[in-house]
Design a protein around this ligand. Structure first.
Ligand code: FAD
Ligand code: FES
Ligand code: FES
Length: 1306
């Protein structure tokens, strides 16, 4: 077959032709590297994060319609784009021409922070608007379901998008018959005079209108091509691979006959990830996307026939339409499919993935296959030999050769029969996150009664997520045929199913007991659902379901969000041009939204640039016996492979008290330990070669993974830390009660959207080196690179234009990677780029420290805690990093808002064989605070008091002293608490929650309020406003550039909430220097402009360049004495959250959160609120769904957003209310503002404790007594298993030690 001379498609209205197309190339690298359209970002490469979202448009010459849909560029093979039009973020608007309303609104509504997710968000919304110019809120949340943001908490993004909706921004949940927007915040009066609040953070009136006529038109050339050009099979090929795209069914069958092993790629959402992450290689690919027969939609008398090539989004629309038109009894199956299609992946994947691809891939956790399997569906197959039909049943799903497609066969379509009268179908699923997450267990269930006697004639049940294939409980179903639909039948069915669908203790994916419980919990839900329908159909025959149980059937999901934000108004005396206190948009906001903001990997390649990739250890603790580089070195494009030997004397560096190495020498201490660095001409070549490096290991003992194992082996980093106040031992003698407990808290992955990235460029002169790097600490990178290269620091220039999220994760590990990259650049005198893939990043860099907290509390009957003895252990991993510092901060902050008159707290950093954990927003406080709050919960339970009462009675009172004897004034703490109580109508809602819990057995609500005292002082984005105020210059004259060690050679790390303080105070310092110099000129010409004054300064040779500097707050802490002044000031706050849980599945929904924060005098309320809510959502993720899993061999399982779930749009609280306290003076800080970057993370635990409250209610009702100890994160698994009931009792349990678990809690 002749090769097609060129690939032709359009990008942003411009024709792209590619003569030497490589079928292995995906659109994302093509856009970024070849077309230099770097607005489309890489975040994961697997379709899970949405950073690479683009719009694909195709013209169909038969229907004469253009279909626009969102897609993940990382999974689109460019060969599949022939004749398509691609629109990227650059194509819809730019600052050079005109920005698009979506770009404008997302920026002006403060929907960008680091901005890395923004282009993807913009493209998802843009595509939605192309199809629905006035979308509903449902369509909006649906469109954004596949886009992750780690910074904003989504509220401002939703607010921006809502401005396009016709409906108002109301929550649509008319509690008490009143809309949330009409209620104010629970009727709380406005703030006192002088601290009035402003309602909006943006001005809608100034927005550009959306004008669909202004959009790029579909390229006429492509239309003509589609209409007129003779259609032929297209063939593209490289040395390794061939791509065939036939036109007719006949040609397709010929090709499949010729290449029976070649996959038939439709959406590439199953084949793509396998190739990328599992190393599968296909020399031939057949792409049948032009075959009309694969897109059929036939409404026959017995059901629907849907073409295998229809996308899941199209299937969703078709089914929604059919469900509307046909009687309900015929559409049972379609409704069940629709339910799953709403949460299956994100909108991008649903638009790419095909029905056929979904069915044929037979993923064990497929959502649709278990349903289709119970629905008597048939598959219409075709090959050169003719047509054939096979049932979509268990044999097909388990790939039994006699029930499967033959290699030459194509799936043409699927028949999905209508349901019959007295037939009921249901779909169930539970995942770690409600949307865009593969199910832990899912199920399709169908029962057929035939008539109204309620006798089971047919029953089919199948499950996904349980084993390597979809499993049908066939025998169990057979055995209950002929029985009545009643509780005895249910009981028998549960036991039978548990027996048939068995799961070994060591099953992959873990959560074995949870899965077993879900199997029967879903069955129970089905039982209730059907019972209720039967009752509705014949109320005499069937007993009614007690109201108390009915809520088991309702879904928790809510797609409507509303928020109210209150912040301080500007005082009347403030100059109108002074921007301080105004909600000014991020200075790069518009550039984020247009894709013009340049991140490290967006920089164009430097001449002769090399790419560096690491080979990492696959063993947790082992001796390196040998490293064989020969095969890897012989691969094309490979320039060098460096090991510790090459770095020799510069391989080690001193970190605090420990000597550490960049590359492993003779031993490895964790899986992910850097062993060698491969340098090649391109990323692809470097990665291929890295796989060929052969390392022989010899395992060493002991292998320590968990904190408990570290304690056993006495494996700690020095020193141990202790903080003591009062006399604990004496106090224990006088208290009414003593309790002891412990809590375990899992770690957290930073999941900054931009992975670790850098480009090191030797300047070719005087050994100077430019390091372009995404880091929070340029000075550290400069130092470590300089010392590795044995250069004075002033020869190394470190440039940071912007960072795509960091949260503490882009400091020390970044330094290690930069040192090795710079070494390579120096050795070869060539520029070297190193950008980690998401999986590598997650494996290598570690994250927040897991914690074990043990407590012994002595307290009085009224809840006063008089004595507290605590032990903190963190899992530091294999190297010290900042682990002792984290322990110290944990000890210093563990008191949170409470005065413990007698306290002893000791802390240890455990040395284990895991990647080194490091700084993460909150720095030990989110863990230490949780331990303290858990202890308080237990004290409250023991005293029979509400946790809030115990919190209050122990809270700091105005002027007080911390355990390290620093004085504090906690007036604002009490004020935040009171304000939050009132704003959230805590007392009234507590009553409502209790009533709900009495009335509902399977759903429970919980309410919790948490105070916050967050010390700040460890030592830019408001910098523009500071310049404007200091120089009395309009904001429009201010331009900020990236930071560099050239301008500020010794800047401190931007972390610990002090970014605004550090940068802002430094900028203030510089501005004051400038003003002093300019004063004589200005006073001579007071009416002049900045331009005039600058000209005069130039004429008079007055320098207009000034450097400001603020190193950070002075802090001292004497650990020997246990006292000091470690912090400059305290941020106070309180948060109240209400959740609802599903006791049968462990699902939860955050219904409402109220946050009150004392921010001092807010410099930029939009920024402050953004920091609070962004941190809150990150904290909520930490305490509820973000779960890292390690194998017993220390291998991280969770290496991408497919397995590790950060909060998505579905996790936003249905209602979010944030209020900033009226300003208070805080003279040392910048304009009396307070650093807020980190404190909000801890407030996320209000959701943890609200769930705790709900679980407690369930347990009390079930008569379960005794302390309730719940570890963090409170995942669906933990929630479900804590709500013990007859189902958790029914499941088989495995004796610990009788099996090797899939994961170990570290
Ligand atoms: C980020 C992400 C999230 C996801 N989330 C979910 C989820 O929540 N729930 C869920 O159930 N699934 C989920 N999936 C899986 C997804 O549903 C499947 O990957 C998808 O449906 C496969 O369709 P495709 O067209 O992309 O298949 P492709 O990758 O194109 O092909 C898959 C396989 O099907 C074969 N094939 C395709 N069409 C035919 C045909 N007509 N005849 C014969 N063989 C054919 C191919 O040969 C190939 O082997 C997710 C996937 C991704 C990437
Ligand atoms: S990079 Fe494509 S979805 Fe994450
Ligand atoms: S702004 Fe969304 S990831 Fe940073």
């Amino acid at each position: 077959m002749d090769r097609t001379p060129e690939l032709l498609f359009y990008v942003n209205g411009r024709k792209v032709t590619e003569k030497n197309v490589d079928p292995e190339t995906m659109l994302l690298p093509y856009l970024r590297k070849k077309l230099r359209l770097t607005g489309t970002k890489y975040g994961c490469g697997g379709g899970d994060c949405g950073a690479c979202t683009v719009m694909i448009s195709r013209y169909n010459p038969i229907t004469k319609r253009i279909r626009h849909h969102p897609a993940n560029a990382c999974l689109i093979p460019i060969c599949s784009l022939y004749g398509a039009a691609v629109t990227t973020v650059e194509g819809i608007g730019s600052t050079h021409t005109r920005i698009h309303p979506v770009q404008e609104r997302i920026a002006k509504c403060h929907g960008t922070q680091c901005g890395f997710c923004t282009p993807g968000m913009v493209m998802s919304i843009y595509t939605l608007l192309r199809n629905h110019p006035e979308p509903t809120l449902d369509q909006l949340t649906d469109a954004l379901g596949g886009n992750l943001c780690r910074c904003t908490g989504y509220r401002p993004i939703i607010d921006a998008c809502k401005t396009f909706c016709k409906t108002s921004g109301c929550c649509q949940s008319k509690e008490n018959g009143i809309c949330c927007l009409d209620q104010g915040i629970n009727g709380l009066p406005e703030f006192e005079e002088g601290s009035e609040t402003s309602p909006k953070l943006f001005t809608e009136e100034e927005f550009l209108p959306l004008d669909p006529t202004q959009e790029l038109i579909f390229p006429p050339e492509l239309m003509i091509m589609a209409e007129k050009q003779p259609q032929r099979t297209r063939v593209f090929g490289s040395e390794r691979m061939a791509w065939f795209s036939p036109v007719t069914l006949k040609e397709l069958l010929e090709l499949k006959f010729k290449y029976p092993q070649a996959p038939v790629v439709m959406g590439n959402t199953s084949v793509g990830p396998e190739v990328k992450f599992k190393g599968v290689f296909h020399p031939v690919i057949i792409s049948p996307d032009r075959i009309e027969e694969l897109s059929v939609i036939i409404h026959a008398s017995n059901g629907l026939t849907l073409g295998a090539g229809l996308s899941l989004a199209q299937v969703k629309d078709i089914l929604a339409d059919v469900v509307q038109k046909l009687p309900e009894e015929k559409t049972q199956m379609y409704q069940a499919l629709l339910k799953h299609l709403r949460t299956l992946a994100g909108s991008q994947i649903r638009n790419m993935a095909s029905l056929g691809g979904h069915i044929i891939s037979r993923h064990p956790d497929s959502d649709l296959n278990p349903l289709l399997a119970v629905g008597n569906c048939t598959l219409n197959l075709l090959s050169k030999e003719g047509k054939r039909q096979i049932p979509l049943n268990e044999q097909f799903l388990s790939k039994c050769p006699n029930a499967d497609l033959k290699p030459q066969e194509i799936l043409i379509s699927v028949n999905i029969p209508y349901s019959r009268k007295w037939e009921f179908v249901s779909a169930f699923r539970q995942a770690q996150r409600q949307e865009n997450a593969l199910a832990i267990v899912n199920s399709g269930m169908k029962v057929f009664f035939g008539e109204e006697d309620g006798i089971i004639r047919e029953l089919s049940i199948s499950y996904g997520g349980i084993g390597p294939t979809t499993i049908c409980a066939k025998n169990s179903c057979q055995k209950v045929i002929g029985r009545h639909w009643n509780e005895e039948m249910l009981d028998t069915a549960c036991r039978l199913v548990l027996d048939e669908v068995s799961l070994p203790g060591s099953a992959p994916g873990g959560k074995v007991e949870f899965k077993r419980t879900l199997i029967i919990s879903f069955l129970f839900k089905f039982y209730l659902e059907v019972s209720q329908i039967l009752k509705k159909m014949n109320s005499v025959h069937y007993p009614s379901l007690a109201d108390k149980y009915a809520s088991a059937l309702e879904d928790l999901h809510s797609r409507h969000h509303c928020s109210t934000l209150k912040y301080q108004k500007i005082g009347p005396k403030q100059h109108p041009e002074d921007p301080v206190g105004h909600p000014i948009m991020h200075l790069s906001g518009v550039k984020h939204a247009t894709g013009e903001a340049i991140y490290c990997d967006d920089m164009p390649p430097v001449d002769q640039e090399l790419f560096l990739t690491f080979v990492t250890s696959s063993r947790a603790h082992a001796k390196i016996v040998s490293i064989d580089l020969s095969e890897a070195l012989s691969m094309p494009g490979v320039v060098d492979i460096m090991t510790a030997e090459h770095l020799s004397d510069v391989n080690s560096f001193c970190f605090f008290t420990e000597t550490e190495t960049f590359l492993a020498t003779d031993k490895v201490f964790c899986v992910g330990h850097l062993v060698c660095a491969v340098l090649a001409d391109s990323e692809v070549q470097a990665k291929r070669a890295a796989k060929r490096v052969k390392i022989v290991y010899q395992d060493l003992e002991p292998q320590i993974l968990t904190i408990e194992e570290a304690i056993q082996h006495n494996s700690f980093f020095k020193p141990e830390r202790k903080l003591e106040y009062g006399n604990v031992d004496e106090a224990f003698k006088v208290v009414d009660h003593i309790l002891e407990g412990e809590i375990h808290m899992g770690g957290q992955e930073h999941f900054y959207m931009e992975t670790q990235s850098m480009l090191v460029v030797p300047k070719g002169e005087d050994q100077e080196m430019d390091v372009y790097v995404s880091t929070q600490f340029p000075k550290y990178i400069q130092d470590i690179v300089a010392s590795t290269l044995k250069l004075p620091a002033n020869k190394v220039m470190c440039h940071v234009r912007r960072v795509g999220g960091a949260f503490g994760g882009k400091v020390f590990k970044t330094g290690t990677i930069a040192a090795v990259t710079a070494f390579a650049a120096n050795k070869h005198g060539r520029a070297v780029r190193c950008v980690l893939e998401r999986g590598e990043d997650m494996l290598i860099t570690g994250g927040r420290h897991p914690y074990l907290g043990k407590y012994k509390a002595g307290f009085m009957n009224d809840g006063r805690i008089l004595a507290l003895d605590m032990e903190h252990y963190n899992n530091a991993g294999a190297s010290l990093d900042e682990s002792i510092f984290v322990i110290e901060m944990g000890l210093l902050k563990m008191d949170n808002a409470y005065k413990f008159p007698n306290l002893r707290c000791r802390g240890w950093a455990c040395r284990t064989n895991l990647p080194s954990n490091m700084a993460f927003r909150g720095f030990g406080f989110p863990q230490a605070g949780l331990i303290t709050e858990s202890c308080i919960m237990e004290v409250a339970a023991k005293c029979g008091l509400s946790p809030e009462k115990v919190r209050m009675i122990n809270m700091y009172k105005e002027i007080d002293q911390t355990p390290y004897k620093q004085e504090i004034n906690a007036k604002n703490l009490a004020q935040c608490w009171r304000e939050c109580m009132a704003m959230s109508s805590y007392s009234q809602r507590k009553v409502v929650v209790e009533k709900f819990n009495v009335e509902n057995y399977w759903k429970k609500k919980g309410l919790a309020m948490i105070p916050l005292k967050f010390p700040v002082g460890l030592g830019s984005r408001a910098a523009g406003q500071v310049v404007s105020r200091e120089l009395r210059m309009p904001m429009s004259n201010v331009h900020l550039r990236g930071t560099s060690t050239e301008t500020v050679p010794n800047a401190n790390v931007s972390g610990g909430s002090v970014v605004a303080d550090l940068n802002g105070l430094a900028v203030k310092d510089a501005c004051q220097t400038l003003l002093k110099r300019l004063e004589p000129i200005i006073s001579k010409n007071p009416k002049g402009t900045w331009k005039d004054w600058a000209q005069t300064a130039f004429n008079e040779s007055i320098s207009l360049s000034a450097v400001g500097y603020f190193r950070g707050y002075e802090s001292d802490m004497n650990w020997e004495k246990g006292e000091g002044h470690p912090f400059e000031y305290f941020v106070y706050g309180a948060a109240c959250s209400e959740v609802e849980i599903d006791c049968l599945t462990g699902d939860h929904k955050n219904i409402r959160t109220d946050i009150v924060m004392d921010v001092g005098r807010s410099i930029n309320p939009a920024l402050d609120i953004g920091q609070i809510e962004g941190a809150f959502i990150q904290g909520m993720g930490l305490y509820t769904i973000e779960e890292l899993n390690y194998s017993p061999q220390g291998v991280l399982h969770t290496r991408g957003p497919d397995q590790y779930k950060i909060p998505a749009i579905c996790d936003m609280p249905t209602q979010l209310h944030i209020s900033l306290l009226p300003p208070s003076q805080n003279s040392n800080t910048l304009y009396s503002s307070k650093g807020l970057g980190e404190s909000g993370v801890f407030l996320g635990c209000s959701v943890f404790f609200a769930i705790h409250d709900a679980v407690s209610a369930a347990r009390q009702e079930r008569g379960l007594r005794g302390p309730l100890r719940l570890n963090s994160p409170l995942t669906p698994e933990k929630i479900r298993m804590a709500c013990e009931d007859k189902f958790t009792k029914m499941i088989p349990r495995d004796e610990p030690g009788s099996y090797v678990p899939w994961n170990v809690p570290i």
